[in-house]
Ligand binder design. Structure first.
Ligand code: FO1
Length: 310
């Protein structure tokens, strides 16, 4: 079965890691959100690409989900001693990724080519594709603090400001990266990973021609919300602030125009009937991935579910 996964952030990276344990490399493409990207110290930082790649390469920080394992913080502490901004924690090894990516970008290399090169260096065999080579940057429209760049909202302000909307700056002019649309057309099934629907998946879906292309395919999504809460991150808080009660049902409704299958956590059985009224085939699985084996198990069960749909 040929699968193309849409992912961003830590939840997405975990399921991608599970899928990579189940599928041969030529049968798995991953399209990654790049709207979390931002410039910091003049460096181009692509958090979701790095979170997925570090996870696939087995070099990610298990506790945080982002950044590298066994990090040192010499540069960050020296920046702090100089009175520079240290709110966005950059480990020494992680800084090497941002320096080399920025060096290559400044020489004119595109983000997809750099990502392919890094994957080769990190021993990643599956096809990891940034959603676009063009700059797209999410700004969060808040109820009381105006517009805040995503990373400042997420890291500097710890997701505290109340949201009222999201702008994906640059999305109108951004083209899907080479191979993105093709990886959708060639897939037997598209899997929307349990990432934040508002800021990790919506930028990908909002790309030119993306939704239109998806509508011709079998698409399933896994809920990032369990018992009305997100396992990590601000997804549930965002639903609430957008006037929507956070639930697996709310996530299915969010993707309703493109999905034909949906996976809820086994404790959210009570939401299945309503979702299936929207002609979305729904199943309940244990979607909590606490280790590599859980990731593989969930991916296997999701692929069995996909098999029933295609
Ligand atoms: N997330 C944080 O909450 N605090 C940080 O200091 C932080 C640093 C960081 C450095 C590199 C990187 O690739 C990701 C980092 N993240 C950090 C996560 C980042 O904010 C992501 O955008 C979120 O994981 C949402 O996808």
């Amino acid at each position: 079965m040929k699968v193309t996964a849409l992912a961003g952030g830590v939840g997405g990276a975990k399921l991608v890691d599970g899928l990579a344990q189940c599928l041969s490399p030529s049968d798995l493409n991953v399209i990654i959100n790049t709207a979390d990207d931002f410039k910091h110290f003049g460096l181009h930082i692509s958090p979701d690409i790095d979170t997925v790649c570090y996870t696939l390469a087995g070099i990610s920080n298990i506790q945080t989900g982002w950044g590298r394992e066994d990090e040192s913080w010499v540069v960050r502490h020296s920046i702090r001693d100089l009175g520079g901004p240290d709110w966005f924690k950059l480990g020494d090894k992680d800084i090497a990724t941002h320096l080399e990516r920025t060096r290559r970008l400044n020489l004119g290399e595109k983000l997809d080519s750099i990502t392919k090169y890094f994957c080769n260096k990190w021993g990643i065999k599956i096809n990891v594709i940034p959603m676009s080579n063009d700059l797209v940057m999410t700004t969060v429209q808040t109820q009381d603090n105006g517009e805040i760049p995503f990373q400042e909202y997420f890291v500097k302000y710890h997701c505290q400001p109340k949201v009222k909307g999201f702008i994906f700056r640059g999305i109108e002019k951004a083209d899907p990266a080479p191979g993105v649309i093709d990886s959708i057309l060639k897939a037997d099934v598209i899997i929307i990973c349990p990432s934040n629907p508002w800021v990790s998946i919506d930028p990908i879906l909002t790309l030119k021609d993306f939704r239109k292309t998806l509508k011709t395919k079998c698409v399933i999504a896994i809920s990032p919300i369990i018992n009305g809460k997100a396992l990590r991150g601000p997804a549930a808080k965002m639903f609430k602030e957008m006037g929507i009660i956070p639930s697996a049902l709310a996530v299915a409704d969010h993707y309703r125009d493109v999905i034909s299958g949906f996976v809820v956590h086994k404790t959210d059985l009570n939401e299945i009937a309503q979702i299936e009224q929207w002609s979305i085939m729904t199943t309940a699985l244990d979607i909590i991935m606490s280790n590599k084996a859980h990731r593989k198990r969930l991916a296997q069960e999701v692929l069995i579910f996909c098999d029933q749909l295609i």
